[in-house]
Structures are given as structure tokens and as C-alpha cells.
Design a protein around this ligand. Sequence first.
Ligand code: HAM
Length: 427
Amino acid sequence: MKYRIAKGVFDILPKDPDPKGNWRESHLWQHVESQMAAIAKEFGFHEIRTPIFETTELFQRSIGSTTDIVTKEMYTFHDKGGRMLTLRPEGTAPVMRAFIEKSLDQISSIQKVFYIVPMFRYERQQAGRYRQHHQFGVEAIGSDAPAQDVEVIDLLYSLFQRLGLQGLTLQLNSIGNLDSRKKYRHELKHSLHPYFDELSPESQERYHTNPLRILDSKNPHDKKLLLEAPTILDFLDDEAKGHFEEVRHLLDLIEIPYVINSNLVRGLDYYTKTVFEITSEQLGAQNSLGGGGRYNGLIKELGGPDLPAFGFGAGLERIIQTMLAQKVSLPPPQHSQLFLIPLGDSAKEACFKLASQLRKEHIPTEMDLSGKKLKSAMRYADTIGARYVAVVGENELESKQLELKEMASGKVEKVSFSSLVKRLKNG
Ligand code: HAM
């Protein structure tokens, strides 16, 4: 019996045998993750790690009970103690739970945290949507300043630039506060009412449960009907309007281009005022590389202090796929610098000792441990991409010298055992 991977998830491999699947190679992930952690730290964010599961209620309460995530996509189960738990579908709610539970606001009035973790959503299978995906997320708690919004947007935008991505669009909107949204929801329903029968079945359902999400519809006829609908930007109160203007001004100041998309509402209920997404023309329907916004009411809603916050989540799968599609230059995977091939038992011990010494000096070294024939050991050294290979037999043991052969050029040079470290440290 051969077991197969579960549907909608994937392995991250040292090397992917599928030529189309090379976004699943671990060295790419390490490169991207290290850039994410580095830029987050440069902007003053510290890592937070929360458990993979939380109580189900936390997500229902924060993401919103009528959202797609909560109604259709959560991996929810009862544990042996009868508790209802859910695999984390997103990162904001768990971070807020930890923030409130551990009273992190007592430590400092501003808290800036980041995470790079897997998320679980029971999605319909399609390109760019996985049942386990990974997000780089940041949450900045404690400031309601428009500059906080723009600092966080700048972090994500700068990360994408560092990673070499092109053809990106920053989409920006403001959905105001609860009150103006309520008024807008009413007007939106009112304007769509005469056309209700023409709406797609999904939008008809949303008309009753979560009308703002109709704005997100990908259905061409829904989109046409929406052209006549009022826009949320006309319903903002003065405070939200001023906030949005300042966000736009600061984006201009640091020269981050954006487009206003008044249909951008995002799929989670906790947002207030600014929302944004960065999309790539390279991706199909699921074109959002990352998105987020302000969520000023959430911490209070979850039983914590009344503090504002702003954050985003960005999907690693989509980011890496876009990088490969755009052929951005990537650091090569790290290979062994030296592969040692011992001939005979005493050579085995000598090589074993040598390899151990070289690694202590941080020189990536491997040796043949399985007694391969010379030819197949050479072939193996080639497949693992070793820079140099050295065969060690009686002669080498006696002279305490070996022949360092550069695999790419075939060039050979004699090096004594005692100067090997120095020689290899020079590249
Ligand atoms: P989200 O828009 O649901 O936001 O997800 C953020 C990003 O995760 C998306 O833009 C996308 O790149 C990626 N993503 C989401 N679902 C999938 C999936 N099924 N497969 C692959 N990639 C996916 C949030 O989760 C919010 N917590 C973001 C946030 C943080 N807002 C404030 N703070």
C-alpha cells in the first residue's frame, strides 16, 4: 500500500523531481523566509509564535460568523476532552488572543510582532489556493496614526522589491467605521435590490448574509451591476476621510504607487478604515500576494483593552511562484564544498576525521560512507553539486597530501592535509 499526500497540501522538498513544481524546493523557502524575518526586524518587529490550533470560538468571534472562512473553510474538531478546536486559518486572531491573555500592552504601549507560519483553510481546489498555506504576517498594535498604516504597507512593498518582484499593484481602500459601513450596507442592498434575480447565486446568498462581499464578486455580470452601485468612499465620516487622505499623502511621500479600489473589502469582518492588497499581474484569479488593513475594534471585541492595530498577511506559495514565473535571480542552493572518497579502511577513518575537522571550521563537507565504487562515488559527488572532490588512498595517507579536483573545471591541485582548511576557506 502506497500512501499519498492528502488533497490540497504539498511537501517542501530538497529538490522537486517535477520540473513544474520547483516552487516547492526548500532552499527557495529558506531564502524568502530569511528576507522576511530580516526586513521585519529592520522595521522593529519581533517574532511571535502561537499554537497551530485555538478554540473555535476565537475565530468565529474575530473573523466573523458569516464569512466564507468561518462558514465553510475551518478545520474544526473535538479533542479527547470534548473541546471544540480549530486549526489556525489566519494569524491575527491568535496573536490578539496572546496579546490580551499575556497583557503585552503592560510591557510596552506599542507592540509590533511578525510570524511566518502555516495556515489551514478547507478551500475548493484551484491554482493559488491550498488547504495548508504559509503566511508572513505582521501586526502593529497600539497606534491609530495613518503613518502606522503606511509603515506596514511600506514593509511589505519593500520586501517584494527586495525579492525582485515586478508588475505589482498596491490596491487601497477605506471601509470606514462600523457606523458608516452600516449605512453603506443599507444603500448597497437598496441599489442592488431591483437586480436581485440577475445576481450570481453566490452574491444572492451574500446579499442576505454579508452584502459587502458582493463587491468582491468575480462574476462579470455582478461586476456590471456593481458599476451603478454607490461606493463606500462616499459614506466615510470626516475622521475616516482625513485618515485616508493622510495615508495617501504618506504613500506619495515615500513614492509607493497605488490605485484606489473602492470594491476592496477583504474577506474578514474585523477591518476598519484602511484596507489594502498587493496583487501580481502574474497570478490568475487568486492574484493577491498579500493583504491586510486596520482593525481598531478587534482587541476590545475579544475582551482586551480598546487599542487600535494594523497588519497584513502575505502568502509564501504565491510569492515564490511569482518569483519563479518572473525568473528573478535567486541565490543558488548551498552545496558541499568538498566530497571525500576514501579507498580502504584506514582511509575511511582518516577521511572521517578530516571531514569532522573541516565542518568545525564551517566548511561544508561530505564523504562517501557506503563504500561506493570510485566511478559511482564521483557521479554522486556530481549530483550533489560538490565543488571539489578528493580521493584518499594509501598514497595520500602516506604523503599526507591529497589531490583537490574542481568538479566544474577538472583542474587538480595538490594540498597537504594540514593546509586544507586554509585552502578551502579561500573558496
Ligand atoms: P487573507 O487575505 O485571508 O488575510 O490572507 C493573506 C494572504 O494569504 C493572501 O493575500 C494570500 O496571499 C494568502 N492566502 C490566503 N489563503 C490562501 C490559500 N488558501 N492558499 C494560498 N495562499 C493563501 C489574512 O489572513 C489576515 N489575517 C491578514 C491580516 C493580518 N490582516 C491584518 N493583519
